[in-house]
Design a protein around this ligand. Structure first.
Ligand code: ADP
Ligand code: ZN
Length: 627
């Protein structure tokens, strides 16, 4: 490299901005090269897991370029609900930012536009439909002519792809940014994209020339667990929450609106603070519930997948699934909302035969074309394989995204290797029984009756159809009903058996032949009964409990932590912002632990930037010393 190839002198060093504005001492993972590349005008596609620190990848270049006289950065973000908090967080850190969306009055909007057009604004957040609005485009053109349009950041970039899990047609129009503003650098970011989605993003956003930064998808602080559904899944859920996550914030995903409402009401009746969230609720109610989830401690949000996109609450301690997600991308995305702050968190799912049947049926019955359905089926199969796995969940999960890894030591299968049994023989019995039904008059039956016949249980239906005469009558009395369900679930997961019609009657796929011939071995997990105890630090000695984001505080530090939280709650309320925007729990815990006695000492704590030090430093020292 030539000796004079130093970064352009007019950009302040990103590292200095990181410390001064955000109070962090070092970049994480790939942040440093990304920030460097984008600050100096390069295009980038960034794939980084949730919690990896994507925001800084465009915020720091935006600040650096603004200080270098290059004007305003435009951040495209799909959720208007979130812009308010993101902008609030930047302003708290002393960065001039604003958003434009339909919640503003026309005076407010005009004020923002003036700030933008003068070039004073560092970052402007806007929804994609705003960007393509002709009037707004004209403003961008005018800024650009004056050299004051600095950067486009496109957040949640997977929304541009049909293959992604959250396609939004408004994102398609963003392809014109490159044509209209070829000299303005662009950075697109996403936390989920398999190969097809990734290629699609590059093509649709015309990012062929962009540098691609792919981080590991691993979320080491998330512990994965998938348990077998018993007769009362809600109680399984409650036990999980009570045993592992009492008084912590979490999200519970259900498939239907009705189930969301029922589950939330039931958890509430059990003494938890649970709120429902789904697209059928009144917008004001939804907003209120989301606000409470963000702003209060320890709320359990029971939701359909309508909830969560872009929720950047850092201290969500668990995500639970009462129903199977659509595919691994959705599972990864939804579970990824836990533990953004890096402290231990848990992804828990309970899953059973009905889930498999439901998901298969939803694909079969969807109006989509056959090609699309084939892809969806393949994706579902991968998820089912993850659920049935007897080896490391993380290895499988990362493997799906093309990453090799070693057994993680932080999933249910690593921590408590499940016992397995060879279900090959059982599978053959089950398949022949379906085959006999078929031969015997072409009649089809569902799982319940099949298992009754296998186990030799005399019922009205058995008598009615004369099934005691079948050669497969009572050939499987050695297995329990639950074991038979596991065998069937596995066979459906693997596609050897499929279900049809309203009554989910069972039929054999062509591939069943290979199992019947004994060419395929079926290893099944022995269902675990007791819920697994996870963290050992849950209950600290005596009166105080440590939480995952504030572990190992001694009694006095714990008291300081509580006082700081109380102080923060007041500030947050006054500013109309979620508490974590003022300071995150991890930062408050560090203050409580280190107990600084001067502004200088306080400034050394991670998460304390210069603006916050100036605004709150004295207050914090007062709160700390008052104890
Ligand atoms: P993402 O958007 O990728 O999910 P965020 O940008 O919300 O992630 O960052 C996740 C968390 O990590 C935030 O709490 C953020 O403050 C913190 N963080 C990001 N980068 C750093 C860093 N270099 N040092 C310390 N904390 C960081
Ligand atoms: Zn593992």
């Amino acid at each position: 490299m030539a000796p004079f190839m130093i970064p352009p002198a007019h950009h302040p060093a990103p590292q200095a901005i990181l410390q001064e504005v955000f109070g962090y001492s070092a970049f994480r993972g790939a942040q440093a090269p990304i920030v460097e590349h984008v600050t100096s005008g390069g295009d980038a596609l960034v794939l980084m897991p949730t919690g990896g620190g994507k925001s800084l990848c465009y915020q720091i270049p935006a600040i650096a370029r603004h200080r270098g006289g290059q004007g305003v950065s435009v951040v495209v973000s799909p959720l208007i609900a979130l812009m308010h908090d993101q902008v609030g967080a930047l302003e708290e850190a002393g960065v001039h930012a604003a958003f434009l969306n339909s919640t503003l009055s026309s005076e407010q909007a005009q004020h923002v536009e003036r700030e933008m057009m003068s070039g004073r604004l560092v970052m402007l957040y806007a929804a994609p439909e705003r960007i393509t609005n002709p009037r707004f485009l004209a403003q961008l053109e005018s800024l650009n002519e004056r050299g004051l349009l600095s950067l486009f950041a496109i957040d949640e970039a997977h929304c541009v792809s049909q293959w992604g899990h959250d396609f939004r047609s408004e994102y398609l129009a963003l392809s014109m940014l490159h044509e209209r503003f070829p000299d303005v650098p662009r950075i697109a970011l996403t936390a989920t994209a398999d190969d097809i989605t990734r290629a699609d993003i590059i093509e649709r956003l015309k990012l062929e020339e962009a540098r691609v930064f792919i981080s590991s998808f691993d979320r080491p602080n998330i512990r994965y667990a998938i348990v077998e559904k018993d007769a009362k899944p809600r109680e399984q859920l409650l036990r999980f929450i009570r045993d592992e996550h009492e008084d912590e914030a979490g999200i519970v995903y259900c498939q239907s609106r009705k189930k969301v409402e029922e589950t939330a009401a039931w958890l509430e009746s059990e003494g938890l603070r649970a709120l429902p969230y789904h697209a059928g609720l009144d917008a004001a109610v939804r907003q209120r519930h989301q606000d409470r989830f963000l702003r209060e401690d320890a709320i359990v949000m029971v939701a359909t997948i309508a909830f969560g996109m872009g929720i950047d609450k850092p201290d969500v301690r668990f995500v639970a699934h009462l129903d199977l997600p659509k595919n691994i991308e959705s599972y990864y995305q939804e579970t990824g909302r836990a533990g953004r702050d890096g402290a231990p968190a848990e992804a828990w799912m309970t899953y059973g035969l009905a889930d498999v049947v439901n998901q298969r049926r939803m694909i079969d019955e969807s109006p989509a074309g056959e090609d699309f359905k084939t892809i969806q089926r393949g994706k579902l199969d991968a998820l089912l394989a993850l659920a049935e796995a007897t080896d490391c969940r993380r290895v499988r999960l990362l493997g799906y995204f093309g990453e090799d890894s070693k057994p993680c030591g932080n999933c249910d299968n690593c921590l408590h290797p499940p016992a397995t049994w060879d279900g090959t023989e059982a599978a053959r019995k089950l398949l022949s029984c379906i085959y006999r039904f078929h031969q015997n008059g072409g009649q089809r039956f569902g799982a319940g009756h099949l298992i009754d016949v296998l186990r030799g249980k005399v019922t009205d239906k058995v008598t009615q159809y004369g099934h005691q005469q079948l050669s497969t009558w009572a050939i499987g009395a050695e297995l329990s009903e639950q074991q038979w369900r596991a065998v069937l679930r596995q066979l459906i997961s693997l596609g050897h058996v499929f279900t049809e019609g309203e009554y989910h009657t069972l039929a054999l796929a062509d591939t069943a032949r290979s199992v019947l011939k004994g060419e395929v071995q079926l290893l099944l997990r022995v269902p675990s009964v007791a819920p697994k105890k996870g963290r050992s630090t849950r209950v600290a000695s005596g009166k105080t409990r440590s939480t995952a984001d504030a572990p190992d505080l001694d009694f006095e530090a714990q008291q300081r932590f509580e006082s700081l939280k109380a102080w923060r709650a007041e500030v947050a309320k006054e500013h109309g912002l979620p508490a974590y925007v003022i300071f995150q729990n991890v930062t408050l815990a560090e203050m409580a632990r280190q107990h600084p006695h001067s502004l200088d000492e306080l400034a050394g704590i991670s998460g304390v930037g210069s603006k916050k030090l100036e605004a709150y430093g004295r207050e914090i020292l007062r709160v700390l010393d008052a104890i």
